[in-house]
Design a protein around this ligand. Structure first.
Ligand code: UD1
Length: 427
């Protein structure tokens, strides 16, 4: 039976909350574990359905994964992988599972993975991943909805990405880790999750330099065999940003720990611009505001890191929905990422979409009603909007939210929110 959230408006959120490990870091690291026969121990792993889906995919290939939820640890052993074909059902559930392609190809010389297809936020092609594999010497066959890549041994190459795609940078970096010779990856993504993946690859014996800059140099090695590798996943900057906006929306006082203040800088800067105080410390951030403070509108454009993250665009829109003035929110990373707009409008927001921009006219208040979470971040945006909306908001489709937030209801409630989870007939 599906579940839904019933959200009642709340006052200022207050207290302390520990942020979990990053979904977008742990998924590629799990895929990268395919590159080594050693048993890997991953720490600071968040309890998310996307993490479970990735483990199910690895198990379907013959790997063993053990998740210890209380300690946030996953042990993954890919020694006995006996299948190089990823199933359509599993990849369809989780786009990030396309990241098993580079590691399977590099270690076993072949991989067959279904094309991920579109999703709620756009068409999401994988051409850059495939161009990278081809440049490393793989033969690519793309037919009947499946991509098959094969190469006896990949060869290092100089690769320039047309766009700094996060997934393509990760997939190519993993493949190149076991290639013969050096790979230079230019115009690559510089997100913190790329750095985390490179650190993991170096922990298992890789030779990677420059992650976090737009040029990564990978010296291929013949095997990745460092014994007993252990790696702690970086904190989730998007979960942190979402809780920062929850604090701002309710004019609260919330301290978030296990946050790399540098990683949330784009969000911090925007919050300051709209009149919210953010103090940074070595362990996290504290978000406060004057109870009488008036939130002012600000424009925003999503960009690759260190620009404002596309994964925070929907949540920021919820904040702007009741700010004073007009904000223009422009999405440049994905072509169809305004799925929250229709639902926010049902809650009384005044938003117009013009091409890649949403023009948000701040209204004094939103009103609760029944809304549907269509994807992960759009769903989070609705939870945020509901915290301050007048009356009750019912949010269905919450399985999307659980892909990337560990118990968002319970954790917001610990800060003073009022969210109840109930069974729902509707998906
Ligand atoms: C990752 C994140 C996702 C985030 C996104 C952008 C994970 C698991 N997911 O997704 O949460 O929203 O980064 O920060 O880490 N593109 C191409 N060809 C390709 C690959 C991408 O044209 O081969 C385009 C996409 O359509 C999109 C843009 O590049 O318009 C960015 O995509 P990308 O950075 O690859 O995002 P993901 O890795 O899919």
């Amino acid at each position: 039976m599906a579940e839904k959230f019933i959200v009642e408006p709340c006052g200022a959120l207050r207290g302390k909350m520990e942020i979990g490990g990053a979904k977008n870091a742990v998924l590629p690291v799990l895929a990268a574990a395919i590159l080594t026969e050693q048993e890997c121990v991953l720490q600071n792993v968040p309890d998310l359905s996307d993490v479970e889906s990735m483990c199910v995919l690895l198990e379907s290939l013959g790997a063993k994964t053990i998740m210890d939820k209380p300690s946030g640890t996953i042990t993954v052993n890919t020694h006995a992988i006996n299948s190089l074909d990823a199933s359509y059902e599993l990849v369809g559930k989780l786009r990030a599972s396309f990241l098993v392609m580079g590691p399977l190809l590099a270690r076993f010389g072949r991989a067959k993975v279904p094309l991920p297809g579109g999703c709620a936020i756009g068409s999401r092609p994988v051409d850059l991943h495939l161009k990278g594999f081809a440049a490393l010497g793989a033969e690519i066959d793309n037919s009947h909805g499946f991509v098959t890549a094969s190469a006896k041994r990949l060869r290092g190459a100089k690769i320039y990405l047309d766009f700094p795609s996060v997934g393509a940078t990760e997939n190519i970096m993993m493949a190149a880790a076991l290639a013969q010779g050096q790979t230079i990856l230019e115009n690559c993504a510089i997100e913190p999750e790329i750095v985390d993946l490179a650190n993991f690859l170096n922990t298992i014996g890789g030779k990677i330099r420059g992650a976090g800059t737009d040029t990564i140099k990978i010296e291929g090695v013949s095997s990745l065999t460092t014994p007993n590798p252990k790696h702690s996943i970086i904190p989730d900057r998007i979960e942190a940003g979402t809780f920062m906006i929850a604090a701002a929306l309710t004019r609260g006082d919330v301290t978030l720990t296990n946050v790399m203040a540098d990683h949330v800088k784009p969000v911090t800067a925007k919050l300051k611009e709209v009149n919210i105080n953010v103090e940074e410390s070595d362990t996290g951030v504290r978000v406060t505001c004057d109870p009488s403070c008036e939130l002012i509108a600000a424009d925003l454009k999503t960009l690759p890191y260190p620009g404002f993250p596309t994964d925070m665009q929907a949540q920021f829109m919820s904040l702007m929905a009741t700010a004073s003035g007009t904000s223009v929110i422009t999405e440049t990373v994905f072509e169809n990422r305004f799925m929250q707009v229709g639902e926010l409008k049902r809650m009384g927001a005044e938003i117009k979409i013009e091409s890649r921009s949403a023009i948000v006219e701040g209204v004094p208040k939103l009103t609760g009603t029944q809304v549907v979470a269509s994807d992960l971040r759009a769903g989070a945006a609705l939870v945020l909007a509901a915290l301050r909306a007048e009356g009750t908001t019912e949010i269905t489709g919450i399985h999307h939210i659980e892909r990337g937030y560990d118990r968002i209801d319970t954790r917001l409630n610990q800060l003073g929110a009022s969210i109840v989870r109930v069974e729902s007939e509707k998906e």
